[in-house]
Design a protein around this ligand. Structure first.
Ligand SMILES: *[C@@H]1O[C@H](CO)[C@@H](O)[C@H](O)[C@H]1NC(C)=O
Ligand SMILES: *[C@@H]1O[C@H](CO)[C@@H](O)[C@H](O)[C@H]1NC(C)=O
Ligand SMILES: *[C@@H]1O[C@H](CO)[C@@H](O)[C@H](O)[C@H]1NC(C)=O
Length: 557
């Protein structure tokens, strides 16, 4: 049913009426535009959240801040805070590490995790990195020749024309991180390799960082893979959904074919330029690996390039908290890692028990022969990709039922109907429906509440008008009439009793006005509130809870 939302009803008349309707241009902009604006606002707010909330609450930290500005100046403090990841105004040795690496050129040894220990005599294979740089002329800002974009902002982007490491030899056992947990070994099983730490309550990771945090555990391998493209990969993106998901596409007695999807990004600029964030839509790919993790048959990782734009970019303009952030999108034709062949042992033992170095150059290299893999159980790669998508975008997990089914189910389960009524012909500029779907309805608190207490449904005004006129189905006709009586153009969200009585409703334009913030208000809204919650989520949660409250007297226990 959700798929029908953007469908226009027949007839030019309705289209015409929409154009003369009461949609206010400022409220109902294209959804990507609105998303862009959200992004802008939230991007701008992230550093504020990160240290704003803390120090306004604490007078001591406020003094620290004033002192630091005095000693370092705004730009110096910006640099300092980019290292001071816990915002306590002191640098720990760990926080100082990027500077040490920069000055000495030596990477201090990282903690060795059990998961990353590898057998020196184990199998190894070679990965080749390929990339074609971002097409600058695909960026919106290229249209006016990057007018007003300072050269230093784009310096990291312009100079990044090839992989940092064209090839690398890795040990097969490192790739164990892609193996499933013990309880997820069936085809179709999906799990987080690197769990997201962001949710609607934790907010966003700050922009004012240059160096990725030291990777830990399973992050170590992903970090070293993405480091082949650029030295500063951030394995956890600043914005949700972050993390790495994997799914078993196929298996047999000895092998898994595991698909994965990574939401990570790169920071391209170096001091004294301000950070530039380069965020591909996703990294995806697959690995064919033996179940014991000792042998990798095939590895492929890439940024999908089948869309006309596949990279989001954001860069800062200054050191102050109110600094502007620029946003653009562009096309990256190629970014991929490919294994040159299956992993092979470096040492083998012949029949007499002699150790032979398989890669020794004074004899003919040993030829390995690999049998074809026959899968005994598998799903299509589209299915595997879809499993991973659902893991990242859980709002797609709540069913939106057709109108009549929703009421039947609500009656059977003694739940309320969460109903969204849209004017169908809004398809092109259907900001409201899409804005809801892409932001509010995917937030986990809203999802949880909808799942627990509501049956959800989308309908078109045209459908309900037909239903209302249908004399053969008087029960449904009444429900449709009650809906239409509470409806206001262009989209109305409603909470209804199973018998059709509307207990609460809110108009989308009103909702967006409530939650939209103008840039000049952003500081006021964000820095003092202490709340990390996306305002549209909390407003929508409030709406649903009020609906529940109003329905209480009617619902039987
Ligand atoms: C791009 O490729 C992915 C994965 O192969 C596929 O799921 C998606 O539908 C494709 N998108 C387009 C626009 O072709
Ligand atoms: C919805 O609730 C059911 C049972 O209460 C649970 O099993 C399911 O995972 C939930 N779904 C979502 C998307 O939260
Ligand atoms: C639905 O039920 C409530 C109470 O149970 C009642 O007040 C209301 O009138 C009913 N609505 C319809 C349309 O029957």
């Amino acid at each position: 049913m959700a798929a029908d939302v953007d469908k226009s009803p027949d007839g030019d008349e309705s289209r015409h009426r929409v154009q003369n309707g009461s949609a206010r241009p400022g409220t109902c902009s294209a959804s990507w535009l609105r998303r862009g604006m959200w992004l802008l606002i939230l991007v701008g707010a992230a550093p504020l959240l990160a240290f704003g909330v803390k120090y306004y609450k604490d007078a001591q930290l406020l003094r620290c801040h004033e002192q630091s500005v005095h000693v370092l100046g705004a730009e110096g403090l910006f640099l300092f805070s980019s290292l001071d990841t816990d915002h306590d105004f002191y640098l720990s040795p760990e926080e100082f590490r990027p500077i040490v690496e920069k000055l000495t050129g030596i990477t201090p040894p990282t903690e060795v995790d059990e998961e990353t220990i590898h057998d020196p005599n184990g199998e190894t294979f070679t990965l080749v990195a390929k990339m074609q740089p971002l097409q600058l002329d695909s960026m919106t800002k290229s249209k006016d020749g990057f007018l007003g974009v300072s050269h230093s902002s784009l310096s990291g982007l312009r100079s990044w024309t090839s992989p940092a490491m064209p090839s690398s030899t890795l040990s097969a056992s490192q790739f164990r991180v892609f193996l499933p947990p013990k309880n997820k070994v069936d085809v179709g099983a999906t799990w987080w390799v690197i769990a997201s730490e962001l949710n609607i309550f934790t907010g966003y990771l700050p922009n004012n960082r240059y160096h990725p945090p030291t990777p830990k555990g399973k992050e170590v391998l992903i970090h070293s893979l993405l480091s082949m493209f650029h030295p500063r990969p951030f394995i956890k993106s600043r914005f949700a959904p972050q993390g790495t998901v994997a799914c078993i596409r196929a298996s047999n007695d000895f092998y898994f074919d595991i698909y994965f999807r990574i939401h990570a990004e790169f920071q391209l600029n170096e001091v004294p330029n301000f950070p530039f964030w380069f965020t591909p839509g996703q990294f995806t790919g697959n690995i064919v690996i033996s179940k014991d993790g000792s042998h990798v048959r095939h590895f492929h990782l890439y940024v999908p390039n089948n869309r006309s734009l596949n990279v989001d970019m954001e860069w800062l303009y200054g050191a102050s908290e109110s600094s502007n952030m620029e946003v653009d999108i562009g096309f990256l034709p190629q970014m991929e890692l490919m294994s040159t062949g299956p992993s092979t042992p470096s040492v083998i033992i012949d029949e007499e028990g002699n150790v032979i170095d398989s890669k020794e150059s004074n004899q003919d290299p040993i030829q390995f022969v690999f049998e074809d893999i026959i899968w005994t159980s598998e799903i299509s790669h589209q299915e595997a990709l879809q499993h991973m998508e659902l893991t990242y975008y859980p709002f797609k997990k709540v069913d939106y039922l057709p109108f009549s089914e929703a009421f039947e189910k609500a009656a059977a389960e003694n739940k309320l109907v969460h109903s969204i009524l849209l004017w169908g012909a809004l398809d092109d500029q259907s900001c409201s429906g899409r804005t809801l779907r892409e932001t509010v309805l995917e937030s986990s608190p809203v999802l949880a509440l909808l799942n627990q207490s509501f049956i959800s449904s989308w309908s078109l005004v045209k459908e309900l008008e037909d239903m209302q006129a249908d004399e053969k189905n008087p029960v449904l006709s009444v429900k449709a009439r009650l809906h239409l009586e509470s409806y206001n153009f262009p989209v109305e969200m409603m909470v209804a009793l199973p018998n059709g009585t509307i207990v609460h409703h809110i108009n989308a334009n009103y909702f967006l006005d409530q939650t939209a913030m103008k840039p000049e208000e952003e500081g006021a809204t964000f820095s003092f509130s202490g709340s990390f919650e996306d305002p549209s989520t909390s407003t929508y949660l409030g709406f649903l809870k009020e609906g529940l409250e109003k329905a209480k007297p009617y619902l039987t226990e």
